[in-house]
Design a protein around this ligand. Sequence first.
Ligand code: NG6
Ligand code: CA
Length: 510
Amino acid sequence: MPPFGHSMRMSSPVFQILLCWGLGWASLGAQSTKPNVVIIYADDIGYGDLHCFHPSNRLKTPNVDQLATQSLRFTKAYCTGATCTPSRYSLLTGEYAWRKNGTGILPGDASAVIRSGRQTLGSLFQSAGYQTAVVGKWHLGLGDDQGANWNGFIQESPQHIGFHYSFIMAATGDRVPTVYVENSRVVNLDPQDPIQVNYKEKIGQEPTGRENPELLKMGLTHGHDFTIVNGISRIGYMSGGQQARWVDEDMADVFTQKAIQFIEKNRQTPFLLFFATQDIHVPRAPHARFVGKSGMGPRGDALLEFDWSVGAILEALQKNGLDQNTIVLLSSDNGPVIDDGYADQAEELLKDHRPAGPFRGGKYSIFEAGTRVPLLLRYPQKVEPGMSNALISQVDFLASFAAMLGQNIDPSQAPDSQNQWPALTGKDKKGRAHLITHTQVGNMKAITNGTWKYIAPSDANPFLKNTKTETGASPQAQLYHLLRDPAEKNNLAAQHPKKVIRFSRLLASQ
Ligand code: NG6
Ligand code: CA
């Protein structure tokens, strides 16, 4: 009989302890002072889309829900903008995107909005000795003022602003160019078949959704009727790069595999992984193994695909013995949208699923559902699982991680980022005094202290017909009590004129 019985496995805790002993504690000690960080950043997943945030939803997301049981779950977490580019900009730089021009939804050929020399979450972790990577959706522009050179080396890309490794799509799944970019070069490009991209006029001879709708495997409800790639028409025209084009159905597998490879390669080094999934943004074209599994059509199936990716990343951490010393954050870049341009039956098959949970509006909206997003933080043995009502903005990640790492940041470059590490780790129950949310629709802003919310008057369109979004625009000032009225139905501005003045001044002073 061996001393520890037959169940002694390489992965068993006893074996690991003996192994550490054998290797010496120094290496373990060095690792444990520098936890790895994995940020899982979903695209367009609403507060209510995840079962752990809205348990009355029938659709289960088992891997995320399991993660939630081990995490601190934030009920008052916000991205800064109701669309992708501004939220990502704020997360990486620590600056509200409305301070900087050109941070609205970017076309796929936009120049980089964050340029060399700018402090970012990536450069912060780099200066703390981490290996850093971004895998997935970028949507912050690529290239210098001339734009990206798709057929050579791309100047001004993630590697120029703090990411040692990058494997990205330039913009969104519904925007050309439909190719992956790895470390500033298009993957699998045939030099004989150069890529051209144009957002103004047609380029090349390939069919478009407008001219050849019979070629589409997914119909359209609005927009997206330019070049057809993989049976799906996109925003923008593209020619060439045939061999480099992605297959939407394989994208989650590709990104997840690249993320896992990075984890494995860096198991001995502290790392930051920014894993920005394309799920569940349109076009929702999940892999065949998820098709039909949610009963809610492609939108629900894409949620299951997202959940699978989360499970695969967590499993990779565990297999590599990294789960105890890795902080996992999970959040989303903006609120949910049902119909975002493709006829994928999201609306018809939604049934009683509530993507926004108890909140009003959705993606594009200044109402809560635009920016109130799921946020989970798992940090085994350091952060007690449970629920937090602390007010948190993703713009705080930069200063908070700087505090965790004992690094300085330049506050002039990150004017809005606050050290909320105590709130993120559950020590502080309150979080921010207030935060600002924004939508590029009508350039609207709101400010909340977690209880009250003030929406500045706006003459923007109150209802976007295409996406059926209540934008929250009103020519009147709006004031809501979010605890009593999370659905923002009762405007209390008339009853509380002093509060309205106080909040509007506070907002104007930011
Ligand atoms: C909109 C697109 C929408 C989506 C969004 C960006 C049309 C009609 N609609 O302009 O489908 O791509 O931009 O979404 O083109 S985000 O999550 O990346 O911000
Ligand atoms: Ca998004």
